[in-house]
Write a protein that binds this ligand. Structure first.
Ligand SMILES: Cc1cc2nc3c(=O)[nH]c(=O)nc-3n(C[C@H](O)[C@H](O)[C@H](O)COP(=O)(O)OP(=O)(O)OC[C@H]3O[C@@H](n4cnc5c(N)ncnc54)[C@H](O)[C@@H]3O)c2cc1C
Length: 534
């Protein structure tokens, strides 16, 4: 029997797998993609750490910056753990072979990111996530960790608030499999894919694990906090990392004037750019003064992307940019042990709300979080599994999912669900974007309530069982719609502006809302409320 079942093979899932295996557990990693395709490979800019405590920087500064960026919603104990362990975490990545860029003394090179005055972000040129992910995967192969790729998590098996495994769909054959496991770790990534056509995220970031946890009764937290990245190529959603500004790049308006401190936190910079875009003004990233040598060394991938997608050169041209949905601070509520509110269910990485980012994430803190809490989740899930001898599971969940899939195949449909996905992306960008207000949020909620009804009746046109892409796309869309309600309810209830959640009808922070929002499903009804930040 499997001790630790991990869903998701991004940086968080692979780190958890290595740690659970090291701790002596039988591990299986299930993923709807191949590990090297996980979104972690897109991370360009870097991973934060205090490598040496000097006059320039120390752990306390790092803790203060992260807590400040969280707008008092970060959990101070968890932030302290993340920051004080950052050097160890980086040393571990270095020791397993992540090829970090080096400074002239052969130490790990560091650059400056927004929200901090210190050079704290370690990087591997502009391929940081890709290099970390590939190195982790090499280690998993070396440790002979078992993978089940192209298998899609449908639901968790939860009995008496204790997880006992999952039901997954084999994407190659459309067959269902029940996987029993003593403990389960969700590492399924975030939900910024909701902003379809207005997001830097890949198509697969559809919040599946968060939706499954929600259906199973887990607490979701801070779902309204969605980060918009200030600099993506105009109308292309392709990221130019914060490192471009960290290396000295400017943001300029149509007259070539700088209009904001480029290294302010992301929420402020993104709003300043959006405002100009909204008033019909273009905004540009100006990197020309850095020179071709620096650009080639620090951002070769991004230079290529600018040539390929805009036919412009960073060293010669101004690069038109706009903000796009990028990262989701909310997710499955976890504590410092990566435990969720369901027994033996753990979560780590972007699908979790681990008390680190609060209302706004500092660039470079996500990669550190996925490795730090991936380690924690792997070790703790493995320890818990050791306490379980026996596992008895009923087939109730399997039957439910079997019926669900059969019905989708049986139903005829003339509704175009890809059109619905596009509509939702636009609706959210316009109504649940960088500037929010009650009437627009309510409008979005009305739309979602209608679509929920419609989508429950939808089937798929393609009835083939082999690699049925239609089926997966529909399941993903259903998960996104499942998450819309918690996001909107929390956004409506948070009657203040804090970090990434800016309400034009409540422009200030309010002490009353210095709390985490919570959403959970109880007896088929959504409960949402606020709870104190611990
Ligand atoms: C363009 C871009 C650049 C970024 N740059 C940086 C950066 O420089 N620094 C930084 O700190 N952060 C950065 N981030 C954020 C960071 O990359 C992510 O937050 C982080 O990689 C998430 O890792 P994860 O392991 O939690 O999830 P992911 O890497 O998203 O992996 C999720 C895994 O879950 C699997 N999965 C999902 N649903 C299912 C399902 N239903 N069934 C089975 N498997 C499933 C997926 O296949 C995948 O393997 C960036 C993000 C983007 C989009």
């Amino acid at each position: 029997m499997i001790d630790v079942l991990i869903i998701g093979s991004g940086g968080a899932g692979l780190t958890a797998a290595l740690n659970a295996k090291k701790n002596g557990s039988e591990v299986l990693v299930v993923s709807k993609t191949y590990p090297t395709h996980s979104q972690t490979c897109q991370a360009q800019g870097g991973i934060n750490a205090v490598l040496n405590e000097t006059n320039d920087d120390n752990n306390q500064n790092y803790i203060n910056d992260t807590y400040k960026a969280s707008h008092n919603l970060g959990n101070q104990k968890n932030i302290k753990y993340l920051c004080e362990n950052s050097k160890n975490t980086l040393m571990w990545l270095d020791s397993i072979g992540v090829p970090f860029s080096r400074n002239k003394n052969y130490g790990i090179a560091q650059r400056k990111f927004g929200g901090t005055k210190a050079k704290r972000t370690c990087y591997s040129s502009d391929y940081t996530g890709l290099k970390i992910l590939h190195t982790l995967y090499d280690q998993c192969i070396k440790e002979e960790i078992e993978f089940l790729n192209e298998h899609y998590l449908l639901d968790l098996i939860v009995e008496e608030n204790c997880v006992k495994g999952t039901i997954v769909l084999n994407m190659q054959t459309s067959e269902l499999i029940q996987i029993a496991a003593k403990t389960v770790i969700l590492a399924t990534g975030g939900y910024a894919g909701l902003y379809h056509q207005f997001t830097t995220n890949s198509f697969v970031s559809t919040g599946d694990g968060i939706a499954a946890a929600f259906r199973a009764g887990a607490k979701l937290s801070n779902m309204e906090f969605i980060q918009f990245h200030p600099t993506t190529l105009e109308n292309k959603n392709i990221l130019i990392s914060e490192s471009a500004r960290g290396e000295g790049g400017y943001l300029v308006d149509k007259d070539g004037n700088r209009f904001i401190d480029e290294l302010k936190p992301r929420d402020e910079v993104a709003r300043a750019i959006f405002k100009k875009n909204h008033d019909g003004e273009k905004v540009y990233l100006d990197l020309r003064h850095l020179g071709i040598e620096k650009i080639q060394e620090a951002m070769p991938q991004e230079r290529r992307l600018v040539i390929d997608f805009l036919n412009l050169k960073m060293e010669e041209d101004l690069i038109p940019i706009n903000p796009s949905a990028h990262y989701t601070m909310g997710g499955i509520e976890t504590d410092i042990d990566a435990k969720t509110s369901i027994k033996n269910l753990y979560a780590c990485g972007e699908c979790s709300q681990s008390g680190i980012h609060g209302a706004n994430r500092l660039g470079g803190n996500s990669l550190l979080e996925i490795i730090t809490f991936g380690q924690v989740a792997g070790k703790n899930a493995s320890d818990s599994a050791k306490e379980i001898d026996d596992l008895s599971i009923s087939d109730i969940q399997y039957k439910k999912n079997e019926k669900q899939i059969e019905e989708i195949f049986e139903k005829e449909t003339n509704l175009d669900y890809l059109k619905i996905k596009k509509e939702i992306g636009k609706l959210f960008f316009v109504n649940v974007g960088l500037f929010r207000e009650e009437k627009k949020l309510i409008k979005a909620l009305d739309y979602i309530n209608k679509k929920k009804e419609e989508i429950s009746k939808i089937g798929i046109k393609n009835k083939d069982k082999i690699y049925n892409k239609n089926l997966i796309e529909l399941l993903e869309l259903k998960n996104l719609i499942t998450l819309c309600e918690p996001i909107l309810l929390c956004a409506i209830e948070r009657k203040e502006s804090r970090g990434a959640h800016y309400r034009v009808d409540f422009k200030d922070k309010s002490l009353e809302y210095e709390k985490n929002s919570v959403c959970l499903l109880k007896d088929g009804k959504i409960k949402n409320y606020f709870e104190d930040v611990l």
